[in-house]
Design a protein around this ligand. Structure first.
Ligand code: ZN
Length: 178
């Protein structure tokens, strides 16, 4: 069975940057399982995987435009130290999750000076070429419920500890309750 839209795909992968530094990997954990063609994974990798089948090995380099986007200098800005909870330690290199109208994003503290904190809200991998090394483990048809939700249900819907349903599920659907 080949990888095409609305099929469920399991992959083992590693992601390195231009310097060869390992950024992310499925090593030591379960394969990544996603619903193909539904924007579950980055566009550039999805395109490379289309048409492949279980056992295939794919290496590719995804440019920022099909990855996490180009860096945007407008996303680097300064806020008052007082916007952070008092007593909270704020130091360079710290990352935290911020929420805006586009959902959650990781922001990084790039500078702290007196009562000013400089924040970089670019994705940590914005502007980076993404070097993927992927092995296709399994390809299967999606269930009707998975298609309706637009994501994979790898748990058996008692909603155990590793629920994959990040939004889009409601109580009437898979019982995940998010
Ligand atoms: Zn769901």
């Amino acid at each position: 069975m080949i990888i095409e839209k609305d099929r469920v795909v399991s992959i083992e992968y590693s992601l390195t940057d231009d310097e060869g530094t390992l950024v992310d990997s499925s090593d030591g954990s379960e394969p990544l399982v996603y619903l193909h063609g539904n924007g579950n994974i980055i566009e550039g990798l999805e395109a490379e995987l289309a048409g492949k089948k279980a056992g295939d090995h794919v290496t590719c380099v995804v440019a920022p435009a099909q990855g996490y986007g180009e860096r945007d200098d407008a996303l680097v800005f300064t806020v008052e130290r007082s916007q952070f909870a008092s007593g909270e330690k704020v130091e360079e290199g710290m990352q935290f999750e911020a929420h805006d109208e586009n959902g959650a994003r990781i922001v990084t503290v790039v500078g702290v000076e007196d009562d000013k904190v400089t924040i970089d809200a670019n994705h940590p991998l914005a502007g980076a070429n993404l070097h993927f090394d992927v092995k296709v483990v399994e390809v299967r048809e999606a269930s009707a419920e998975e298609l309706e939700h637009g994501h994979v249900h790898s748990h058996d819907h008692g909603c155990g500890d590793d629920c994959d349903c990040e939004g889009g599920c409601d109580d009437s659907g898979c019982g995940c309750g998010h």
